[in-house]
Design a protein around this ligand. Structure first.
Ligand code: HEM
Length: 416
């Protein structure tokens, strides 16, 4: 679909919601109400639920949900293909967050298909490249240790509040050039947008984010600094400054994409480690030589989000006819549990043969923050295990997951 991000228009294809809005071309025997991201079975144990999709569902099925009807694709091979073919699986209109149709904007770069997509990534990729994020290593280590200093002597902490969340969110705010004292407010807006599962509350959160970011962008335009908001506000690819809508859509998506993904990942990993002391021991022993493969396997096992697309042409996959305008979700955690690619998929095995993991998706839209996220997980493991080599879940803890598009336990109370 041709796109002019400087002059955005709301998509014209419909959103189908619920059982009475199943398009005629969808075969009845492929209709499911899986409850992915919100049903009780999912919320009881989201990753086990997604691993079990391979036994319970066909590889391509049509999921009906109050949050929108769409095809679910769960095979690793199909995801690699679809995510690498944006001319078939388009990103325009694929992001679920509500916007004012009278003041419409695109989320950049996630909603921009090639070839325009590259122009935006070129602006910020150097900051988030492997070399770019290495500059942050000292800061991340320092932050990790400062946080641990605050609770280590207590012999306990609520991991999310005291480590998992403040570590990546504070680093993210530094990179963006946004104030640290807004940290909790930003997190609460992001939580409403990503986890309320209620379009009205999502809309209200979007309004708060919009108001705040518009002011922040105006401030950076007047007083440039070396943060990413300022970088985007002053960018002029090919000599043409970005329009206000492009700047806003870009900053706004970074805000949404960068805030809770890392801490959801850390929460999942620490919950797993608290329940598996033998793995903690193995990590401690292998850390010096194998840290990168350890991080990669933990990211496979505990991936937290999805890739949404819209078909830009009719397309048949595994004998299933999908039509232009249909929405599709690549269920990335399920793809990471495809037993044909990762035998015994729920097991954490640091010696697995190297295969492409989908935690950060693949193709043109592969996560811009992937190198930063990997570095944060690595440093968090190293610094934590150095100082707290053994820990477990606080007795009587009941783990709860939030519904929504980024999966992680709400609280992880630990003792040592
Ligand atoms: C463990 C943490 C993270 C995970 C699991 C994650 C996952 C993902 C995934 C799966 C996508 C692709 C979405 C799609 O295909 O529709 C994505 C895209 C993106 N992520 Fe992340 N992300 C993480 C951290 C971050 C951070 C820290 C940032 C920002 C600093 C970030 C910024 C972005 C951006 C800008 C995109 C869009 C890229 C594009 O469209 O070209 N992510 N991420």
């Amino acid at each position: 679909m041709p796109i002019d991000a400087a002059n955005p228009v709301p998509p014209t294809f419909e959103r189908h919601v619920g059982m009475d809005q199943i398009p005629a071309h969808v075969p009845q025997d492929l209709v499911r109400q899986s409850g992915l991201t919100f049903g009780p079975e999912f919320l009881a144990n989201p990753h086990n639920f997604m691993a079990a999709l391979h036994e319970k569902q066909p590889p391509v099925y049509y999921d009906v949900s109050p949050m929108g009807n769409m095809w679910h694709l769960i095979k690793h091979e199909d995801a690699l293909f679809g995510l690498r073919h944006p001319e078939i699986f388009s990103n325009e209109g694929a992001t679920p967050f509500p916007r004012d149709p009278n003041d419409y904007f695109y989320f950049i770069p996630i909603e921009i298909d090639p070839p325009h997509h590259r122009k935006y990534r070129n602006i910020v990729d150097p900051v988030f490249s492997p070399k770019g994020v290495l500059k942050l290593e000292g800061l991340i280590r320092q932050r990790a240790n400062d946080l641990i200093d605050q609770f280590i002597d207590k012999g306990e902490c609520e991991f999310t509040e005291e480590f998992g969340r403040p570590l990546p969110v504070s680093v993210f705010l530094d990179i963006m050039g946004l104030p640290q004292d807004m940290r909790d407010t930003f997190v609460s807006w992001a939580m409403e947008l990503l986890h309320s599962n209620d379009r009205e509350r999502m809309g209200a959160a979007m309004m708060s984010i919009t108001e705040y970011l518009k002011d922040a962008i105006a401030e950076k335009k007047a007083n440039p600094d070396d943060g990413v908001v300022s970088l985007i506000a002053h960018a002029a690819p090919d000599g043409v400054p970005l329009s206000d809508k492009e700047i806003f859509g870009f900053v706004c998506f970074l805000f949404i994409g960068g805030l809770d993904t890392v801490f959801a990942t850390l929460n999942n990993i620490w919950l797993y480690l608290a329940r598996n002391p033998a793995k903690v021991q193995e990590i401690a022993e292998r850390m010096d030589n194998d840290i990168d493969r350890i991080v990669e396997e933990l990211l496979r096992r505990w991936s937290v989000t999805f890739s949404g697309r819209v078909l830009d042409q009719d397309y048949e996959m595994r004998g299933v006819q999908m039509k232009k305008g249909d929405r599709v979700t690549f269920v990335l955690p399920a793809c990471n549990f495809d037993p044909e690619v990762f035998p015994n998929p729920l097991e954490v095995d640091f010696d697995r043969p190297r295969k492409t993991i989908l935690a950060f998706t693949v193709g043109v839209h592969s996560c811009m923050g992937g190198h930063l996220a990997r570095l944060e997980v690595k440093i968090a493991l190293q610094e934590w295990l150095k100082r707290i080599p053994s820990f477990k879940l606080k007795e009587g803890t009941h783990i709860e997951y939030r519904p929504g598009g980024v999966i992680g336990p709400e609280e992880v109370p630990l003792v040592w």
